[in-house]
Design a protein around this ligand. Structure first.
Ligand code: PMP
Length: 412
């Protein structure tokens, strides 16, 4: 499929037909969340219309039916990540909760004073703060893998930081602030050579390329459904089975136990052990539909489409005087981050909004990375399968309008 053909899928997303401030909605904030295809909206509505019941409890038909749908969702996530077994998939609220699960369960039970957690300098706050909380509790130490001026990880520095003290490396697959695709397979190979585990934050990766946790040989992989054309409030953690089996539960309640007495409880097997309480069943059904949708379009096709958009955007935005890209990694996915001299990113965001163009402006929940670049924030356009070259043309027109409004049109 060519760029034009794939963008033909825009018709599957009802919200893209609406206007904002009287203008066609040009949605370039997909890194924050993606829009939902009709198939996902309908799957969730159909679930409530026809299948709603609590899972794993009822002897009645509807409960069994709902449980089957929930299990089918888990198998669908397994296929997305090519995990060896569906029991390696734990449903969570999203990436944030998946990382908190690993930090609270694995981290609190395993980390000792002086143990080291290596995090990359481009992590989202959700892959920083949970580790700070567990470091405070255990005496473990956080060390930061530095980032180059181009927005890549300093791999030599990483190699030198790894030691027998390293217990876990936390790294994003794709940076939400820069679009950098990190060499996670190599990062994992190097960590394993030191006996350390690796948690990959896949929030910005799964919607943009195919991911194979077995080929990567990774220990934990986290993602959010809502950035993958699915509903909010649902995501997943992949964990290697032996690791999950050895980890203690992190939340207690119904559905995660085997037996309970006031003296002592025994726990269910992985992954139920980590899914206390009634889960987001409708969310799982919606996520299943979302993954089916991207699998149908084809993740490799989506990756090619978005690479073409990044290329086109880089050319087009590069013509604008005073525009500077932040993050020029050799491998990037779906995101362009930039600043425009003389205009604060928030002002840019507001002016673009009046043109119907939705972008993100700010620190992107990656404050340490912004500090690294000496910036309060950037403007970020992030792409999805339904974006087109016309969307980027609208962005460029909006940026030129902002320059005129700020009296910058004569500056070279
Ligand atoms: N990590 C990255 C790289 C992200 O982009 C995001 C979302 N912006 C998250 C983690 C957190 O995801 P969520 O808010 O869905 O838990």
């Amino acid at each position: 499929e060519t760029v034009a053909e794939i963008a033909g899928h825009a018709g599957d997303f009802p919200i893209l037909g609406r206007t904002v401030h009287g203008r066609r909605l040009v949605y370039l904030d997909n890194g924050a969340t993606t829009q939902k295809p009709q198939a996902v909206i309908e799957a969730e509505a159909r679930y409530y219309r026809e299948s709603n019941a609590n899972i794993h409890r009822g002897v009645h038909w509807l409960s069994q039916h709902s449980t089957d749908l929930y299990d089918a969702g888990r198998e669908r996530v397994r296929s997305l990540l090519n995990a060896a077994s569906a029991c390696e998939i734990v449903f969570t609220r999203g990436t944030t909760e998946a990382i908190n699960l690993v930090a609270a369960s694995w981290g609190r039970s395993q980390l000792k004073p002086g143990d080291e957690i290596l995090l990359s300098g481009m992590e989202h706050h959700s892959n920083i703060v949970p580790w700070q909380l567990v470091a405070e509790q255990t005496g473990a130490v956080i060390r930061v893998i530095p980032v180059t001026d181009d927005g890549e990880l300093e791999m030599q520095a990483y190699a030198e930081m790894l030691s027998e003290r390293t217990r876990l490396v936390g790294v994003c697959h794709v940076s939400n602030a820069l679009g950098t695709v990190n060499p996670v397979a190599e990062i994992i190979r190097m960590a394993h050579a030191c006996g350390a585990l690796v948690l990959v934050d896949g929030a910005q990766a799964v919607a943009h390329q195919s991911v194979d946790v077995q080929a990567l040989d990774c220990d934990f992989y986290a993602f959010s459904g809502h950035k993958l054309y699915g509903p909010t409030g649902i995501g997943a953690l992949y964990g290697r089975k032996q690791l999950l089996d050895a980890m203690p539960p992190w939340q207690g309640g119904g559905d995660m136990i085997h037996t309970v007495s006031f003296e002592r409880s025994t726990y269910a097997e992985t992954p139920q052990k980590f899914e206390a309480g009634t889960p987001n069943i409708a969310g799982v059904v919606g996520l299943d539909a979302a993954i089916a949708y991207v699998q149908e379009v084809g993740l490799d096709t989506i990756a090619r489409h978005e690479a073409a958009l990044v290329e086109y955007a880089t050319q087009a935005l590069g013509q604008i005087p005073g525009l500077r890209f932040i993050g020029q990694a050799r491998e990037r996915a779906g995101i362009v981050s930039f600043v425009l001299e003389g205009i604060h990113p928030h002002d840019l965001g507001t002016i673009l909004d009046m043109e119907g163009v939705a972008i993100r402006a700010g620190h992107h929940c990656a404050m340490p990375l912004m500090t690294r670049f000496g910036l309060p924030g950037t403007a970020r356009a992030s792409f999805a399968l339904y974006n087109t070259q016309e969307d980027i043309d609208a962005l460029v027109a909006g940026l030129n309008k902002a320059r005129r409004l700020f009296g910058l049109e004569h500056d070279a």
